[in-house]
Each structure stands twice: as structure tokens, then as C-alpha cells.
Design a protein around this ligand. Structure first.
Ligand code: PLP
Length: 209
């Protein structure tokens, strides 16, 4: 169930410039429909197959309400074709190889796609690139004509939210990038305090999973 009251409350508390992405993994299309009808403009899914199933039910509504569909989970190379077909933005680009393959498939389909680079602050995390790797990945992405790099995304380490968000803010300024996708149900306020432009909310809007 979509928590209408909580959504409205959050909307009044955050700056108008901050966009809410509803993270809808495991939640049914009905919940997503409710969220969209109340004004949510970005829907984020983690798994391509689950996203495809919901997309088939929701694509007309997405179009009508101008909803942007984001991939916020790790993308496996064997799922790129499906991902490019349904998503407007892939937030989790974390290697040259992945960027190159997305570009190639977009090129074949004569389509452009928005992407973000996922930054990794935790050695234990499997996805995302380190800060040291950003320069070379950006350089490479600039050579890929079908990719529009619009921002950075991060999932901070537990207990290290503040320092991760501060670092992200520095990176946004350094690279003059438009979007910072960071902050979840438990830490979105800290994220906004450090320049988040997109907060990704799941539990607080839809209840536990
Ligand atoms: C699930 C998920 C969220 C939302 O997390 P909540 O704590 O439920 O708000 C945000 N970002 C990513 C990448 C997620 O997988």
C-alpha cells in the first residue's frame, strides 16, 4: 500500500527542487499506480525481470503522466537489451565495459539513454566504482554518443552516511554534474542537506518488504 499521508508530509518538508524516486521493488503495480496518481514522477526498480513485468502493466500510465523509469539495481550484461527497452535512466553504470555495451545496444536501436555513475564507498560493496576511477570512466563515457551522463548515484555504507554524502557533494561540484541520487528512507534528510537532487524512498512510502 502506498502511504499517501507520509508522501504528502515529505513533499511539504523537502525543497521543491528535490525529486522523489519511489523505490518499488517487491511492490505490486497497483501500489505504483497509486503513487503516480498522487504525483510521483520517478519510479525505480532493482531487477530487470521484475521491472519488465510491471512495465507491461504500467507503460501507458508512465507515458500519460510523464513518469521516468529508473534502474537502481546492478545491471548484468545479459540484461542490457531488456533494460534499454524499458528504462529512461540507468543509475548504476559502474564500468567501462558496461557503458560500452549499453552504448552499443542503444546505437543499434537508434536510441539515447540517460545514465548515472554509481560510486562505491565501501570495499565490501560489489557494485560501484571508486572515486579514483571516476576520471577515466567519465572520459570514456564522453566518447559514447548514445549515453547522456546526468549524475552520480550512491548507496552509503551503514554508519558512514554523512561522510559519503559530503564526498558526493564535492564530486558533484568537481565534475559539474546535474543530479545526485542519494538518500533512502532512513537518511534522506542528511542526503538533502548535502545536495541530493533525487532521493530514493521505499520503506517510508510503501511499508516494509
Ligand atoms: C531499496 C532501495 C532503496 C529504498 O530503500 P528504503 O530504505 O526502503 O527507502 C533505495 N535505493 C536502492 C538502490 C534500493 O535498492
Amino acid at each position: 500500500m502506498f502511504n499517501k499521508k507520509e508522501y504528502k508530509k515529505i513533499k511539504t518538508e523537502i525543497p521543491e527542487s528535490v525529486k522523489i524516486l519511489a523505490a518499488t521493488k517487491t511492490k505490486p503495480a497497483e501500489d505504483i499506480t497509486e503513487a503516480i496518481n498522487l504525483g510521483v514522477k520517478i519510479i525505480g526498480e532493482n531487477y530487470v525481470q521484475e521491472a519488465e513485468e510491471k512495465y507491461e502493466k504500467l507503460k501507458d500510465l508512465f507515458k500519460e503522466k510523464r513518469v521516468s523509469f529508473h534502474l537502481i539495481g546492478h545491471l548484468q550484461t545479459n540484461k542490457i537489451k531488456e533494460a534499454v527497452r524499458i528504462f529512461d535512466c540507468i543509475e548504476t553504470v559502474d564500468s567501462e565495459r558496461l557503458a560500452e555495451k549499453i552504448n552499443k545496444i542503444c546505437n543499434d536501436l537508434d536510441k539515447n539513454i540517460d545514465i548515472m555513475i554509481e560510486i562505491n564507498f565501501e570495499e565490501s560493496q560489489k557494485s560501484g566504482i571508486t572515486i579514483e576511477e571516476i576520471d577515466s570512466l567519465i572520459k570514456k563515457i564522453k566518447t559514447f554518443q548514445n549515453l547522456n551522463l546526468i549524475g552520480f548515484m550512491a548507496i552509503p555504507g551503514i554508519g558512514k552516511e554523512k561522510e559519503c554524502f559530503e564526498k558526493m557533494k564535492e564530486l558533484k561540484e568537481k565534475y559539474n554534474i546535474k543530479e545526485l541520487s542519494m538518500g533512502m528512507s532512513s537518511d534522506y534528510k542528511t542526503a538533502i542537506g548535502n545536495g541530493a537532487t533525487i532521493i530514493r524512498l521505499g520503506t517510508i512510502l510503501f511499508g516494509g518488504r
